[in-house]
Each structure stands twice: as structure tokens, then as C-alpha cells.
Design a protein around this ligand. Structure first.
Ligand SMILES: C[S@@+](CC[C@H](N)C(=O)[O-])C[C@H]1O[C@@H](n2cnc3c(N)ncnc32)[C@H](O)[C@@H]1O
Length: 283
């Protein structure tokens, strides 16, 4: 079997399950991961023999893709904000929308010359905390998650990216106050209502950690309200609170933050034109 035969086998076996561009993209992600070949180099190897020992591995991967398992879990890594991140079934796969939250914080604080204390709540793979630590050299970054397993991966990701982040295991819903004060508190907490499950793809529902995603329909802002109350007591003067939000709940979020006394509340749309980020101050 040649590389081309393998590529055609992918196209044939997955044709009922994914659009052709996505199948191609899977194949190139795999050749990059297992053979360190980019797209162009992969094509140049069209007539080369596909290594026998990799054939079995690729046929196992095909089975997993057929079952809709995300390619990031299959290869155990992804890219976020141009940086490599390990991911497992215990961590949410970082989404491109979340990069915009990181970008916003960097833009706001890039010029800052004083040291900045920053807290990421619900860190998962550590993608937000680590990207910010990497890009804001004067930030002292801490990150909280309830999941021991996620924190283990986040720690590995901090090492992988050569940054220092303090990781703390804590249940934010059971926390009555934060121990320190911060210039910046960021969070992308669970925000998908149970009623929205039917809009979601099987690759998310069957593989990503439930506890990272869902909230009850009757209390969808549970994480945001708890975090905002903690932030009221822990943000330094002119400190910034930034959330990734559920696109359908921007008005409720604005109301909740106004009721709690936050000011300069700004909602921003993501690359897909959906309300996705909210930022505010507490004076
Ligand atoms: C939507 S994920 C975000 C992960 C990551 N920050 C990102 O943007 O990809 C939410 C995270 O919140 C964590 N989490 C859920 N309940 C929590 C709680 N009660 N206290 C602290 N973290 C919690 C989950 O384990 C998960 O890692």
C-alpha cells in the first residue's frame, strides 16, 4: 500500500461520515503527527510505500473517526493561539472562539509595565492561562479547576510551553472568597444548557467531558454569578473581569453584571458573529 492508497482509503471509508475537505484535513493532520510531513510533502510521497507497522494504527484511527471521536483526542494534541496543547477526554478541546478572549486580554494589557496578577477559572487544558502567561511577560498567572485529571494535563501543558502557572484544585461553586486580589479574572465556564444538547454534534456529546460543558436549564448563569460575586471582592481597582459566554444569554449576563454593580460592561462577537465575550470592571 502507498501513501496515496491510504489517502484514498480514508476518502472511501469516511465518505458517509464527513465532507471531503474534512477527510483530507484528517489525513494531513495524521501524516503531520505520525510522519512529520506537511501537506505538500505528503503529496510528494504519494507513490512511496506506506509503512506496514503504521497500517494497523491508521485502520484503528479510521474506526475511531467513524465513531465521531474528535481527531484531537485521537492524536492527543491540538493547537491553540499558535501553541501546542495536550488534550485528553478529561479536558475540553480548546475552541477557536476562545482565542479571541485571549487576544482581548493581551490587547488590553500588552503595554502594561507593572506586574499583573491574573486568575483563570475553569482552566481545563490550561489553554487560556498558558497562552496569557506566554504573551504577557509581567503576568503572574494562577488557574483553578475542579477536575484533578484536567489539572494534570494543564500542568503538562505549562511545561510543554515553558511557562509558570500556579494550578489550584477547587470547586468554584463552593468557594466563598478568593485568597488574593487580581488585576484580571478570566473564565470560560460551563455554559451550554441541557436544552441546547439537541443542537450539538455527536463528536461533542459522546466524547467531551460533560462537567466542562453543561448547566441546568433553570440556572444557566450559575457559574457566572458565583464568579462575578467572587470577582467583586477580589478585583483590584480598575481590574478586569472577562467571560466567554453562551451566545443566547448575552442580555441576561449584562443584566446580572449590572445588578451586581459592574460597570463598562461590553459584549463582543466572535469570528462567527455570535455574542461570545463579555468584559466589565468593578469600581
Ligand atoms: C468550558 S470548560 C473550559 C476549559 C478551558 N478553559 C477552555 O477554554 O477550553 C469549563 C471548565 O470548568 C471546569 N469546572 C466545571 N465545574 C467547575 C467547578 N465547580 N469549579 C471549578 N471548575 C469547574 C471544568 O472541569 C472545565 O475544565
Amino acid at each position: 500500500m502507498t501513501f496515496k492508497d491510504q489517502r484514498l482509503a480514508f476518502a472511501e471509508i469516511l465518505k458517509e461520515d464527513y465532507p471531503p475537505e474534512e477527510i483530507n484535513s484528517f489525513f494531513y493532520i495524521l501524516t503531520e503527527h505520525y510522519f512529520h510531513l506537511n501537506r505538500f510533502e505528503t503529496h510528494q510521497k504519494d507513490d512511496a510505500i506506506f509503512p506496514k507497522e503504521k497500517e494497523l494504527q491508521f485502520s484503528e484511527i479510521l474506526k475511531r473517526l467513524k465513531e465521531q471521536e474528535p481527531i484531537q483526542y485521537i492524536i492527543g494534541e491540538t493547537e491553540f493561539f499558535g501553541l501546542p496543547f495536550k488534550v485528553t477526554k478529561d479536558t475540553l478541546i480548546p475552541r477557536p472562539e476562545t482565542e479571541e478572549l485571549v487576544e482581548l486580554v493581551i490587547t488590553e494589557f500588552r503595554e502594561s509595565t507593572t506586574s499583573l496578577k491574573l486568575l483563570d477559572i475553569g482552566t481545563g487544558s490550561g489553554c487560556i492561562a498558558i497562552s496569557l502567561a506566554k504573551n504577557l511577560s509581567n503576568a503572574i498567572v494562577s488557574a483553578i479547576d475542579i477536575s484533578e485529571e484536567a489539572l494534570k494535563i494543564a500542568k503538562e501543558n505549562a511545561q510543554l510551553n515553558n511557562v509558570s502557572v500556579e494550578f489550584i484544585k477547587s470547586d468554584i461553586l463552593q468557594t466563598s472568597r478568593l485568597e488574593e486580589s487580581y488585576d484580571i479574572i478570566v473564565s470560560n465556564p460551563p455554559y451550554v444548557r441541557d436544552l441546547e444538547k439537541k443542537l450539538m454534534q455527536p463528536n461533542v456529546l459522546d466524547f467531551e467531558p460533560e462537567g466542562a460543558l453543561f448547566v441546568r436549564d433553570d440556572n444557566p448563569l450559575i457559574f457566572y454569578r458565583s464568579i462575578a460575586i467572587l470577582a467583586k471582592n477580589s478585583l483590584k481597582p480598575n481590574g478586569l473581569l472577562v467571560f466567554e459566554i453562551n451566545e443566547y444569554l448575552a442580555l441576561e449576563m449584562t443584566q446580572m453584571l449590572t445588578d451586581l454593580g459592574f460597570t463598562f460592561i461590553l459584549t463582543k462577537k466572535d469570528i462567527f458573529g455570535k455574542d461570545r465575550i463579555i468584559q466589565c470592571n468593578f469600581k
